[in-house]
Design a protein around this ligand. Structure first.
Ligand code: 4AD
Ligand code: MG
Length: 430
């Protein structure tokens, strides 16, 4: 019999097929057993009639434990009541392995317990839906940049210096020298942009975030485009076009998983260009009107970001923050040097910042002064300063955190379910 996957079962109506998977759930009556079999692509009901199989197989079906692995052969039948529209009438049932008593039962479990069992929790239908959406988000991100002529240029993970401030660095011993896990591939992407014009890097990034919030991980994945001869205006256009593409494509491709997660699809449908754009100073006014006490110059926290994004029905671009809120590499606005030529994209529904980026300082002496002013070790940035010595050009880029985008698209309360094995302040295992 041909081995088929459950997500293509509709192509085999009326045929005999073989499925390979695990027992997800089971119901029985005297003459029948209903086996919910999952194979990684879906869950399908397989019906074992007493009269269709040898007695020992009928007995086996009765005693199967949850998550035992199986090979099932039977006939595919259309059934309007079945979730997928099909079920399988079993002719042969083979046991591959009898699972021990499975810790995750269909009853409710606490999050700490589930995270301790993340290696098994991945098998549940909700986690399956979320992580399939994640996979689709990453595919859409790559396709976007690949389709626009960007070259993928991977950044290193061991780095000698900080990109996003020294307070969230993870240090490791690198043969007697201190190396840090990268906070962002940006500085290397800048070297790439001056070599290849348009590049992106995509990889894990690390921040020793000591706070417990619903949107911070210590290890997260970031996609970072960087373009030579692009200014802040071009960067904002790119970010807007990119977010629209990713959301619309994932919305179309992942409808069934998003609906299983009870996502309100109308919110995603509205994610269309143009997105509203406000300056930091205008955003401060919005935050004040929402009742917050905030000084011009303060950075926005999660609550302030929510107050801003609540004013709009789609993502909002907030640009030109005060330079003191932002990293050393930001170019100052020539019209007002207190402002950085930067942009954050805030997602709606309280998800906050999903993108941070901007135009980079391209003047050698200004950048050197910024590195000193931020107390960064100049010797570690010699190579980076070289980019301003040999054919420096205006250039810009941004970074988008995959987990925050997945949390938003799926409408999840916390980023911890958006990555297969989350790393957080109190979570290094499994
Ligand atoms: O705003 P950030 O710090 O920007 C940078 O790292 C720039 N160097 C990127 C660039 O211009 N190439 O981080 C960018 C994004 C945030 O908007 C957010 O989506 C995500 O990375 N992010 C996190 N996601 C999960 N957990 C954390 N601790 C995160 N910190 C940032
Ligand atoms: Mg940021």
């Amino acid at each position: 019999m041909p081995w088929v996957y459950i997500n293509e079962i509709g192509q085999h109506e009326g045929q005999d097929v073989t499925l390979k998977g695990w027992l997800y759930n089971k119901r029985s009556s005297g003459k029948l057993h209903f086996l919910q079999v999952r194979d990684g692509t879906g869950i399908l009901q397989c019906v074992v009639f007493k009269s269709d199989v040898p007695p020992e197989q009928f007995d086996l079906a009765d005693h199967l434990s949850q998550e035992s692995s199986l090979i099932v052969t039977g006939t595919v039948r259309a059934d309007a009541r079945a979730p997928l529209g099909y079920e399988v009438s079993v002719k042969d049932l083979q046991l591959v392995h009898t699972a021990e008593s499975y810790p995750i039962t269909p009853k409710e479990h606490g999050v700490a317990f589930l995270l301790d069992h993340r290696h098994l929790w991945l098998r549940s239908s909700r986690q399956h839906a979320i992580l399939t959406v994640r996979s689709a988000v990453i595919r859409a991100c790559r396709d976007y940049f690949d389709g626009k002529g960007f070259t993928l240029l991977d950044a290193p993970i061991f780095t000698p210096a900080a990109c996003e401030g020294t307070t969230t660095l993870f240090a490791t011993d690198y043969f007697g020298e201190t190396a840090y896990l990268t906070q962002s591939g940006q500085l290397y992407a800048e070297a790439g942009a001056l070599a290849f014009g348009k590049v992106y890097c995509f990889g894990p990034t690390f921040r020793a975030e000591k706070s417990k919030t619903r949107r911070h991980l210590t290890e997260f994945w970031m996609i970072e485009p960087e373009v030579a001869f692009m200014d802040l205006a071009g960067d904002m256009d790119l970010a807007e076009d990119f977010v629209e593409y990713v959301v619309q494509r994932v919305r179309r491709e992942q409808r069934s998983h998003l609906e299983a997660l009870e996502r309100d699809m109308t919110v995603l449908e509205r994610v269309r260009k143009p997105f509203p754009r406000v300056t930091y100073s205008e955003a401060v006014e919005l935050v004040r009107q929402a009742g917050f006490l905030i000084q011009w110059g303060d950075d926005f926290g999660a609550d302030e970001e929510t107050a801003i994004s609540k004013q709009f029905d789609r993502p909002v671009l907030v640009h030109r923050y005060p330079t003191e809120c932002k990293a050393f590499y930001m170019k100052a606005d020539p019209e007002n040097p207190r402002l950085a030529l930067c942009v954050d994209v805030l997602a709606p529904e309280g998800y906050g910042e999903i993108i941070g980026g901007g135009q980079r300082e391209d003047d050698l002496e200004t950048l050197r002064a910024k590195i000193r002013a931020h107390n960064l070790p100049e010797e570690s940035f010699g190579w980076y300063l070289d980019l301003r010595r040999y054919g420096s050009v205006p250039h810009a880029g941004f970074g988008m955190g995959i987990e925050r985008v997945v949390a938003w698209i799926c409408n999840l309360p916390h980023v911890r379910e958006t990555v297969p094995f989350p790393r957080m302040l109190e979570r290094l295992r499994p």
